[in-house]
Design a protein around this ligand. Structure first.
Ligand code: GCV
Length: 797
């Protein structure tokens, strides 16, 4: 079979080589039998007028059509794009269909993306670190410069193009000023060269104070003529080197970033100054609506961070230049496990809009937990805002279709790094799903999960079914064991955003409050008695959220403060739901391990083992989450669990109750992150003394039998502590010795780094002595929380 390319553009060459590479790797699976003699790749313009008439009258730029030649004597498949990018997308679509085993022998396929903006944002810093990145260092930058080796950048662009992503903003919205330095712009030109063959345009984040910070001007007032001239010159400098530069992303007046408010100017003033500089070159401004005061007064019942975006941007509707797009996070707070849809989507009808979602899992388990985000994004996309009392879904708003905007779309904060793109193999489903939904928001998340699993993990039907099922169950499970009922992710919001920290979001200015007290929980955002946030939605939605009785259970505590005994629409009390959901979520996390084990022997062994150990870790950490949230609310509410689980842990023996040699009992902060609030640490680490071990001993008093023995310990950064588990002086099993070498967040004991090691099949009888010896290392004090004796086979591991 021949592949014929009518043009010579670099994107077309990528498309042709991708096609040949894809067909070669598919050979033997589905392509050859009904395959064509030749495949022709062309843009509409490259087809001669005759053929153009025969094949397709007109295509939009990123649109493609795949069809068989009308000449019956030829077995020729034509892939025609409205632009070079369009034909590249056609190639990827063909390969995807073939990989799924579709019969292409008669098919005609014509597709165009729903949205013009389909970008990923990297939050990479010039020094090579990545804000909220969980996959190693930057593929773009190191040591203040663009890296020499840009091969991973080209591969990334190929990955992005395969799901239709057409833009990549390469640097962090924080610390952006150095990126407008001339040497850096020359470096970015190389990045653009590496991405261009895949139709991915480069964009960058800018600091609005750059005219002052790096331009030497006395001001950065966006309305100052010298400031405008500075931006014009800077933008010309960029376009001279990067003619297809996509534009700027802006974070201003937010979390310490400077902004137009310093001069009494509005976001529209700042955005329009940048937009005016970019417009002659075809660039756009993505101005982020993530503008809020992070010094709010927690004691003020009317203060509400959720209100900020709408309060600031709604009055500016219609005041933005045509090449400005307001980029709004999906929810009004900050990528929490569940939030209502941002009301701003319904509040800007004369402004182009993009929805920002997070692919990197900042509040969602940081790639150590399996959380497939497409179902969450899809709920937002399908949400009907009821603007003017008619059907107005978010997907129609951001695509520009509804309010007749030419721009708009989706932006995914991706955070890929040098460690396997996203660090975790299954997390790649999120990057894939982001691209697919930005292309077609009508796709079903489960369908996307199946597509991805079949192409990535293995196309055996059982593999596809199991992986898709796990993916689909993962967000609900994570919500259950972290923050159900609209509480948001109950993590330490001033720290790593990872493990449990229920009070961490209270009593500070950041506004991610849930206002749990002895009587009840939740934040009153009603108009009648609360912050008024509910009133920012169009009337039908505002009415639904105004009353606790009509607010959906899964958002109840986002909108209302209710007693723990309040009955949900589902019938349970709030407190019982909190207990039940945490147990159910942790049980589901354990189930993922069993699901994955059914794939043994059916998929690549390295991948199998990699994911298995991640899922085992997740199952253990879900228990940390469960116990922290449950014991916190049990203590606060004083209401027992109807099912008797909260506060009762059969088979658990606390470290602080053991006979200790060398170990000391310490309080863990926050208390709920450790069982009983306490742990033990081996003091020699803190004293920097010569290495020596400490030990903790328990006498087993249960029934005789075979058990799994779980040791809950803290794996701190800064050292590799060692542990040995013995029974009556003998190693408890083959893996009775282990080291604490995981890279979990932070250097102090708490729920971020509480983890478990399980030794299976341990035979115990009454009076046996169970002992853990811990050897600290560096700043890791070999800390222990508890051990748990679990009937064999009942532990997630
Ligand atoms: C880039 C959250 C994150 C910050 C991030 C910010 C933003 O607050 O924790 O790391 O900063 O969102 O989106 O600007």
């Amino acid at each position: 079979m021949r592949v014929e390319v009518l043009g010579q553009n670099r994107i077309e060459r990528s498309a042709a080589s991708e096609l040949m590479r894809g067909l070669r790797s598919l050979a033997g699976e589905s392509s050859p039998e009904v395959g064509p003699d030749s495949i022709v790749l062309a843009t509409v313009d490259e087809l001669g007028p005759e053929k153009r008439k025969l094949i397709v009258p007109a295509l939009e730029p990123d649109e493609f059509q795949i069809s068989w030649s009308r000449d019956q004597s030829l077995r020729e498949l034509d892939i025609v794009g409205g632009s070079h990018r369009g034909l590249l997308y056609g190639v990827f679509a063909l390969l995807r269909h073939l990989a799924e085993g579709a019969d292409m022998s008669r098919a005609v396929l014509r597709e165009r993306p729903a949205m013009a903006i389909r970008w990923v944002d990297q939050w990479d810093n010039a020094d090579g670190s990545i804000e909220r990145g969980y996959a190693g260092r930057s593929i773009f930058f190191e040591g203040g410069k663009v890296r020499e080796d840009l091969k991973p950048v080209a591969e990334y662009a190929r990955l992005l193009a395969s799901v239709g992503i057409n833009g990549c903003n390469v640097n962090n919205v924080n610390n952006a000023a150095p990126f407008l330095d001339s040497a850096m712009i020359r470096g970015l030109a190389k990045v653009a060269d590496a991405m261009r063959p895949w139709g991915v345009r480069v964009a960058m984040s800018v600091d609005v104070a750059s005219p002052q910070k790096i331009g030497g001007l006395a001001t950065y007032d966006p309305l100052d003529p010298a400031v405008k001239a500075w931006w014009n010159a800077k933008v010309s400098e960029i376009y001279a080197l990067i003619p297809d530069f996509a534009g700027f992303t802006v974070k201003a007046d937010s979390e310490g970033q400077p902004g137009p408010a310093s001069y009494g100017r509005t976001p529209a003033d700042a955005a329009n100054t940048l937009a005016a500089a970019l417009a002659p070159h075809g660039g756009v401004v993505l101005y982020r609506a993530f503008v809020y005061n992070h010094h709010l007064d927690w004691n003020d019942p009317k203060a509400d961070r959720a209100r900020a975006a709408y309060d600031i941007f709604h009055p500016l509707d219609g005041k933005f230049a045509p090449n400005v797009i307001v980029q709004t996070k999906e929810g009004p707070i900050d990528f929490q496990v569940r939030e209502p849809v941002s009301p701003l989507f319904g509040g800007l009808t004369e402004t182009s809009q993009a929805m920002e979602v997070q692919i990197t899992q900042e509040y969602m388990g940081q790639q150590r937990h399996l959380v497939y985000l497409a179902p969450m994004w899809k709920e937002v996309l399908d949400f009907d805002m009821r603007v003017d009392g008619r059907s107005t879904t978010v997907k129609e708003i951001i695509s520009g279709q509804l309010f007749h905007r030419t721009l708009g779309g989706m932006v995914g904060v991706s955070g890929v790094g040098r460690d396997g793109w996203l660090g975790s193999p299954l997390a790649m489903a999120n990057l894939y799903a982001f691209g697919r939904l930005a292309w077609d928001p009508n796709l079903a998340p489960e369908e996307i999960a199946r597509e991805w699993a079949g192409q990535t993990i293995g196309n055996d039907q059982e593999v596809v079914r199991t992986v898709a099922k796990m993916l689909m169950q993962s967000w609900p499970a994570y919500e259950d064991y972290t923050g159900p009922l609209g509480l948001q992710t109950l993590t330490d919001i001033a720290g790593s955003h990872y493990g449990p920290g229920i009070e961490g979001s209270e009593n500070n200015g950041w506004g991610q409050w849930h206002r749990a007290d002895r009587e009840g929980v939740g934040m009153d955002r009603s108009v009648a008695t609360g912050t008024g946030f509910a009133g920012q939605y169009p009337p039908e939605i505002a009415k639904e959220y105004e009353s606790a009785a009509t607010t959906p259970d899964d958002l109840l505590l986002f909108f209302h403060h209710v007693p723990y005994t309040y009955r949900l629409r589902g019938g349970k009390t709030v407190i019982q739901y909190l207990y039940d959901s945490h147990y159910a979520g942790a049980a589901q996390a354990a189930e993922f391990v069993h699901d994955w084990e059914t794939l043994k022997g059916r998929i690549d062994p390295e991948l199998y083992n990699n994911v298995l150990s991640r899922l085992e870790y997740q199952a253990g950490h879900a228990i940390v989450w469960r116990d922290a949230v449950v014991q916190y609310f049990l203590k606060l509410s004083g209401i027992p669990d109807e099912q008797g689980r909260a506060g009762h842990y059969p088979g658990r023996m606390e470290a602080e109750d053991a006979r200790l040699d060398g170990y000391q009992v310490v309080d863990v902060k926050p208390w709920e992150d450790a069982s009983g609030g306490k742990a033990i640490t081996c003091a020699s680490a803190a004293e920097g003394a010569a290495q020596r071990s400490c030990s903790a001993e328990w006498t087993y008093e249960g029934a005789a039998g075979r058990f799994d023995l779980a040791v809950q310990y803290f794996d701190l950064q800064g050292g590799v502590a060692k542990f040995v588990l013995t029974v009556n002086g003998q190693a408890a099993g083959a893996d009775a010795t282990w080291v604490a070498d995981a890279m979990l967040p932070t250097r102090r004991l708490h729920g971020d780094n509480s983890t478990r090691h399980v030794v299976e099949g341990v035979v115990l009888k009454p009076e046996d002595v169970i002992r853990v010896d811990g050897t600290p290392d560096g700043t890791d004090p070999a800390a222990l929380d508890y051990i748990e004796v679990i009937p064999a086979g009942k532990d997630p591991h």
